[in-house]
Design a protein around this ligand. Sequence first.
Ligand code: GUN
Ligand code: ZN
Length: 433
Amino acid sequence: MVQLFCADIAHVVADPFRDDHALQIIENGALAVADDGVILACDRRDTVRAAYPDAPETAFSGWLLPGMVDGHIHFPQTFATAAHGTHLLDWLERSIFPAEAAYADTPFAARAAATFVDQLLRSGTTTALVFGSQFPDAARALFRSASQAGLQLLSGLTLMDRGAPDVLLHDVARAEQLSRTLIEEVQGQARLHYALTPRFALSCSAEMMQLCGELARAYDGLYIQTHINENHEEITATADAFPAAKHYLDVYDRFGLLGPRTVLAHNIHACDAQLQRLQQSQSAVCHCPASNFYLGSGIFSLQRHLDHGVPVLVGTDIGAGTNFGVLEELASVYKAQQMQRLSLNAAQLLFLGTLAGARALHLDDRIGNFAVGKHADFVVVDAADDPGLSLRLSFCESREDALFTQLNLARPHHVRATYTLGRRYQPLGTKSY
Ligand code: GUN
Ligand code: ZN
């Protein structure tokens, strides 16, 4: 059965940093969605209705936008947001490693997985690249929860063999065995993808990174995710640990960890040589502004990445980040760039939260906008129950202005509904632990 979803639609159909006509706004628009959750049409409501005269429809006030893509977030930090620490390394040791150790308890981790997936979907995120747990049953629980709830998930076992409490570490042989098992379980499952996850150079020996490079070559379609150039102390300690490397990126490069399916989070403090190598290898960088502000890590230059042709996507980086939704993160993206005299417009903000992520993850044949044939993953953002914002929006002179304002003021309670493959997500009720 074909279904219609009617609202004001906005999506991005090209790169708005190169194309002034990338933003498409369809006032009074409709999506037609087939039974299998694939988009059949996206156009004005009367045009779509004429093509599908008998299709049942669901109409919304507010905006119908593509589902958001989160390029960097940590599952085992679900309950560690806004934890105190002076800066990255101190925060990891004091607040984060103990929180991550709690996922050794599989029933707890399974409940946390349901909560984590719920937080993402209820805030409008429909695809996420996620640091899994160090505990294989917890990592597995996340895949299961995502699959049940409809979230498209790219994730994997977080790998560390030094620099943290023993309970979080695996030796290389065990890391290989656990990773191979999980990869083989995940491969071939709809909307699930495996991401090799060496935490960062300071928590991985050369042998562990070597293993990740070998696994990436042994299996088709694996992603690699890690952190880079987030904090000055981290960068100095990495240089001390890998004295032969030219710079931080070179540590990963030496082990074959760069490439078009690699996502490196942060990259705040990067020299031109690293940006050039990122571009050459077509590795992507994930911008996580709320986290960068929260940990005082620094201000990411989007302009330098654009100038070098490095693919950039946006991540919330929970628990250093302070929002579960990329939709809400976009306001921090805007402010971080404003600080450097780059004023993003509505098209650029929406692109960074949707199509840019889809492209960086090579999923733009399936998600990122409402092109025919893609998955009907969308979020309805509506300020009708927010009197202050509704009034503010009534002063906007154009629909594009209203979209810009809504994107800068989005809160989780503005998300009226989230759909994946044309199916409405039912948020969980309050749970106790
Ligand atoms: N670098 C290594 N681990 C982490 C982490 O958990 N969060 C952030 N923000 N940076 C990291
Ligand atoms: Zn992170």
